[in-house]
Design a protein around this ligand. Structure first.
Ligand code: BES
Ligand code: ZN
Length: 457
């Protein structure tokens, strides 16, 4: 293994150049105008995986964006099989003017690489590819059978992955799954994430009069869709951060004392968060600590809203329509389907008269908890602790990865969430970046993980 690790060290320049190439492809899955870029990203990965010596590489077409699949089963039936999952699609770049450099022209500053997708998730996918390349180049073989599935629709809720996984259970069968699409606990402190929240994302459209109206001639006689929309939005949460949708908390798995204690023992720093985001105080559901609110409690957020006049100066107008995008993070045992029904019913119940309100389900994911004491987890702990020389923490994170629950239920193999991102690397926001120290350390941790996974029983 030492030769493999040295190979990684001596190829840093090349790894970086290649990562820059991958990051310059604008694979924004939600934007129909970027479909060709998404496809070219899949082709880039296909060519790259062949180049590093993966014996089988395929690109599967779906009703949406393609799925890249690769395997090397030459370790043989006596060795375990590890399935790697990652995504090559990225979030939209807007607001574009807040980026210091163009999002698809990767730049390096302070040992960090800046580009959309740098930490979420291309950089983290690529470190596994480079780890595998190193093992193939130095040893000529992999310590375990490896299957890789890299999808192009994670950021839009993986709509076409579910049917693919369900109809390819033999292809994907494995002893464990490894995903690097989460964060480390803090700089220098590795973590294995054992819980991810689910998501329920809806769009609310409010239609009023047939055209924008003069607010002097019509205001007072016709319902204003923006006023109606804010009435609806304000009804969703109270001032203590509790969601007011009927039945919202019905199935929420309460935190038991033991888990509260273990989360508290992680020593999460509110001060660091305050500084990081530059706010005077934190806010969240009353009665819970920050780490509990972030990983183990559900939330509701307005992601954006549009309507009416937003230009310079003042214009007296009663707008014809308004729209808001609202998402909820879910925890075990809430379900995306159930919560979608509940919020839809709530919105229609509180909708003021005089407007037509439409609720559209955009996408979602169910929450998941993965087992903490599997052989794969032990291999990951060992790999992380050796790489970072620091005790590995077990944490729950607030984001969602829709496929993790699917793997659990359909493939029935345990997942290891071994992430190398940092929470303040601006995933989904301007100036997204990935720490190059973690990029290089992640490759070594990956090599160690595949190596120790060979000993799984
Ligand atoms: N990498 C994230 C998931 C994540 C974020 C895990 C933060 C842990 C902490 C992933 O790519 C992502 O952003 N997923 C979306 C899923 C959604 C669109 C269904 C998310 O969480 O918003
Ligand atoms: Zn991601």
């Amino acid at each position: 293994m030492n030769d493999v690790l040295s190979y990684l060290d001596s190829h840093r320049e090349q790894q970086l150049t290649e990562l820059q190439e991958l990051l310059s492809i604008a694979s924004v899955s939600t934007d129909p105008d970027r479909a060709a870029d998404v496809r070219s990203c899949a082709s880039w990965l296909e060519a790259h995986l062949l180049r590093i010596g993966m014996p089988t590489v395929r690109v599967y077409d779906t009703d949406g964006h393609p799925i890249v699949y690769a395997e090397d089963l030459r370790a043989g039936a006596k060795k375990p099989t590890v399935l790697f999952y990652g995504h090559y699609d990225v979030q939209p770049v807007d607001p574009i003017d807040l980026w210091s450099a163009p999002p698809f022209s990767p730049t390096i500053r302070d040992n960090k690489i800046y580009a959309r997708g740098a930490t979420d998730d291309k950089g983290q996918v690529f470190l596994h590819i480079k780890a595998i390349e190193a093992m193939l180049a130095v040893d000529g073989s992999l310590p375990v059978n490896v299957k890789m599935i890299i999808e192009g629709e994670e950021e839009i809720g993986s709509p076409n992955l579910a049917p693919f996984v369900a109809s390819h259970t033999d292809l994907l069968s494995c002893n464990c799954i490894v995903v690097s699409d989460t964060s480390m606990f803090a700089p220098g402190i590795p973590s294995l994430v054992y819980g991810l929240r689910g998501l329920c994302y809806v769009q609310i459209d409010v239609q009023g009069p047939n055209r924008d109206l003069h607010s002097g001639s019509y205001g007072g006689a016709v319902q204003n869709p923006l006023n109606a929309l804010v009435t609806i939005l304000a009804s969703l949460k109270d001032e203590h951060g509790h969601v007011q949708i009927e039945g919202f908390y019905d199935n929420v798995l309460p935190l038991d004392d033991e888990e509260r204690a273990s989360l508290a023992a992680l020593g999460y720093s509110d001060e660091r968060l305050l500084k990081d985001v530059n706010v005077k105080e934190l806010f969240g559901e009353q009665g819970f600590t920050t780490i509990e609110r972030l990983g183990a409690r559900p939330t509701l957020d307005v992601n954006g809203m549009v309507g009416g006049f937003t230009g310079e100066g003042a214009k007296t107008v009663l707008p014809a329509r308004a729209m808001a995008k609202v998402s909820m993070r879910l925890v075990p045992h809430q379900s995306y389907e159930d919560i979608t029904k509940k919020i839809t019913a709530h919105i229609h119940r509180v909708a003021p008269p005089g407007v037509t309100v439409t609720v559209t389900d955009l996408h979602g994911a169910d929450p998941v908890i993965v087992p903490r004491s599997t052989p794969a987890m032990h291999a990951a702990v060992r790999a992380l602790e050796e790489t970072f020389n620091e005790r590995c923490r077990f944490a729950r994170e607030g984001g969602s990865i829709p496929v993790v629950l699917l793997f659990d239920t359909v493939l029935r193999s345990p997942t290891v969430l071994m992430g190398f991102g940092l929470n303040n690397e601006n995933a989904h926001s301007p100036d997204e970046h990935f720490d190059l120290g973690n990029f290089y350390a992640g490759m070594k941790a990956a090599v160690r993980f595949y190596t120790y996974a060979a000993e799984m029983v």
